[in-house]
Design a protein around this ligand. Sequence first.
Ligand code: SAH
Ligand code: SF4
Length: 443
Amino acid sequence: MSDNNQLKYYIETWGCQMNEEDSEKLSGMLKRIGYTKTEVIEEAGIIIYNTCCVRENAENKVFGNLGQLKGMKRKNPDLIIAICGCMMQQEGMADKILNKFPYVNIIFGTHNSYKFPEYLNRVRTEGVQVKEIFNKETEIVEGVPIDRKSDVKAFVTIMYGCNNFCTYCVVPYVRGRERSRKSDDIVNEIKELIATGYKEITLLGQNVNSYGKGLEEDIDFAKLLRKINEIDGLERIRFMTSHPKDLNKDVVMAIKECDKLCEQVHLPVQSGSNRILKKMNRHYTREDYLELVKMIKEEIPEVTLTTDLIVGFPGETEEDFIDTLNLVKEVGYSSAFTFIYSRRNNTPADMMPNQISDEDKHHRFNRLIDAVNESVIKGNKGYENKVVEVLVEGLSKNDETKFTGRTRNGRLVNFTGKGIKAGDLVNVKITRAQPFSLIGEAL
Ligand code: SAH
Ligand code: SF4
């Protein structure tokens, strides 16, 4: 391998936007110290896997990929393999990986990724293997450079961790307790993004509605939204994720009243059955959720709602599942992430009786997808012949004769037009609704 290739890194990311953002930070740090990114794994001198452990299949993929690196490492002993992310925070996982894949050079967790350049340096200069995982969250580290994927829209994390302990979920164990960034740090980061041409930001947190707890300033999520709405040059603000138990009227009124806040709310319901919601430790009922949806729709008529759903939670009966299907129909989501319940070690749900068979889980999963698709298609149909504002992201990947972008409320639009570039806000007339996107012409 040439010296040039030693300075190339390849990074693969599993999981949520938080992991995506962590990878953008790893990439930012590497670029700052002279490395360049490659999309071709064979030409990389450093391979980084940023892992997820929310569901078992994400974990299995990491094991599969690590096995395949053995041959590459044999051919190129200088190749550096680094593994990080949520999977590493699980008890015993790092040792399991080192046992199975002893050629891994660096293992680190979610709380110390800012130290990656230091670990890399140790491997390069001392030839050691580095395994460092912090069990507890650290103070928030500001100022880590971020190499973002898009030039138009960016994710900005406003808080880390989660305190909710839903009984199926590992996130609170691997990401630690909730802690919020100071609002000035967030605002400054957004101002810097605007100065380099970004138009849209998505504020990220596991439960953005508890933003501000524990900070010395007088702030909560609704106040933060209003503060960010004041930033000149910013066009659109989105946020995720809202926990239904914590999304309050102040936030809904901020969406209604602030011109930059987009009319879209990601509101994971997980299940439509009160019995299951209780076992999940979600702290709301089906009725609370529907009441909240009603209030949001009344205040913001053009709003779209998206959600996360789990099928096959322990003890879920056909009736419970039908409750979920009916709720999906009643709310009318514009998209939904649907998941098959995955047993996670040491979570309360893993210990619950009446685990559901794979066959039932898959059967319900397929029926759920049909219900979600029906609701998405129905929603898209309503846009035919309407004019919508689209933030242009570039050319469509599937059809380079068209531009692609999203409406304020998050619908995907592919459209024709002239003299248009990424970052423009364009009025588009919708000519046709496809199942999962809208087709149109720029006006
Ligand atoms: N904090 C967010 C989501 C974090 S994880 C929230 O509370 O909404 C993203 C999604 O993964 C969850 O909303 C849930 O639907 C799903 N998920 C989490 N743990 C899971 C498990 N063990 N099996 C299947 N899906 C799971
Ligand atoms: Fe997991 Fe629940 Fe926290 Fe979301 S709110 S990250 S589902 S524990």
